[in-house]
Design a protein around this ligand. Structure first.
Ligand SMILES: Nc1ncnc2c1ncn2[C@@H]1O[C@H](COP(=O)(O)OP(=O)(O)OP(=O)(O)O)[C@@H](O)[C@H]1O
Length: 351
């Protein structure tokens, strides 16, 4: 697992129209195993920042440290080796169109000097992992966008990276395919402990997959932190705007909560149920209200057996999420981050 530290990074480009300050004093701490979103409008500096993380762009000032090692202090050879540990995927997949799927995945393995048989065996395993075990001999032109991105992910994994940088990796995909690729990235993060950095201009991507987010505006990080906290309590105008756009409406937070409550009464049908246990420091009203507010989705309180002990909630609740919700994992994560223990509900008989 690998962490990334960005320290006082500035990047300027000399152009014929003058100097462009793409990054102005950016500081970021991405811990090992995070799924870290970098979001902002076009031109905010997202790509430049991510390209600084593997020194495809060398910062004009400041430092980039991977696992405590400053990239600027490495020799060319050391930097090449370090880069092998950082995979990258792109919006337009960047596959070799003349090569079959398996040869695309073998490519970095050949560069590493692996023998053909060994490379093909590893590539076949990786294609299984990304769900394309049966398309090894297809050519990129015969695949859908989502399948092409799966090949690109398998190819990125071929170098056993500790970090995966994703530059608008789902921007060319429809919402359903986007969700399936995000699920795959989540699986990779969990299964291999790979730190993932995701550049996007869509808050829905951040909401669906990221643990943390940095919001960029005109070369600066204007807000950063846990996704759940920023959704619950955005500080900057840019964050508020991105969240507002994400819901697809300009209704204010309170009416969104009301809408959630209404939906809660009318629409919830037998979704996943969980038991949450309040212990140390949980005041349950704000937690559940903020959950609905943050995710814009209702939850049913099927059972509440809680007591108010000096303003602190003790006891347990059974919650039911909306049927078919794609956000339940995020919502559970949110509850965990609020210090609540979550358990399965094996049987619930409504009262
Ligand atoms: N090689 C370059 N030469 C000159 N200017 C550049 C270069 N790369 C980026 N820039 C400028 O730096 C600024 C930040 O660009 P960057 O591509 O990092 O933004 P972004 O947030 O990724 O945008 P987008 O979402 O449109 O890709 C922009 O003003 C861009 O024009």
């Amino acid at each position: 697992m690998s962490g990334i530290v960005i320290e006082k990074v500035r990047k300027s480009f000399d152009t014929k129209d003058g100097v462009v300050e793409a990054l102005k004093d950016v500081n970021l701490n991405i811990d090992s195993g995070d799924i870290y979103g970098i979001i902002g409008m076009s031109g905010a500096g997202k790509s430049t920042l991510v390209r600084c993380m593997n020194f495809l762009e060398v910062p004009t000032e400041g430092q980039v440290l991977i696992d405590g090692k400053a990239l600027g202090d490495l020799t060319e050879k050391e930097l090449r080796k370090q880069r092998e540990e950082i995979g990258m995927i792109f919006q337009h997949f960047n596959l070799l169109m003349q090569k079959s799927v398996i040869d695309n995945v073998c490519f970095p393995l050949y560069i590493k000097g692996k023998k053909k048989a060994e490379a093909r065996k590893r590539a076949a395993e990786l294609l299984e992992i990304v769900g394309l075990g049966d398309r090894q001999n297809a050519y990129p032109a015969q695949l859908s966008g989502g399948q092409k991105q799966r090949v690109a992910i398998a190819r990125a994994l071929a170098s056993d990276p500790k970090i995966l940088l994703c530059d608008e990796a789902t921007s060319a995909l429809d919402p359903q395919t986007t969700s399936s690729i995000l699920e795959l990235l989540k699986k990779i993060n969990k299964q291999f402990g790979i730190t993932i950095v995701i550049i996007t201009h869509q808050m829905s991507v951040v909401r669906e997959i990221c643990t943390h987010v940095a919001i960029m505006y005109e070369g600066e990080v204007v807000e950063k932190g846990l996704v759940a906290d920023i959704f619950a309590n955005p500080q900057s105008e840019v964050a508020k705007e991105l969240i507002r756009k994400d819901t697809g409406s300009d209704i204010d937070a309170d009416s969104r909560l009301d809408a959630g409550r209404e939906k809660g009464q009318a629409e919830i049908k037998s979704g996943e149920k969980i038991r949450i246990v309040f212990s140390e420091n949980s005041a349950f009203e704000p937690v559940i209200a903020n959950l609905i507010l943050t995710f814009g989705e209702p939850v049913n309180i099927l059972k509440a057996d809680t007591k108010n002990v000096g303003g602190v909630a003790k006891g347990e609740m059974i919650l039911e999420f909306m049927e078919g919700s794609t956000r339940t994992e995020m919502m559970k994560q949110y509850l965990k981050e609020k210090g609540l223990a979550i358990g399965e509900v094996t049987e619930y008989v409504g009262s």
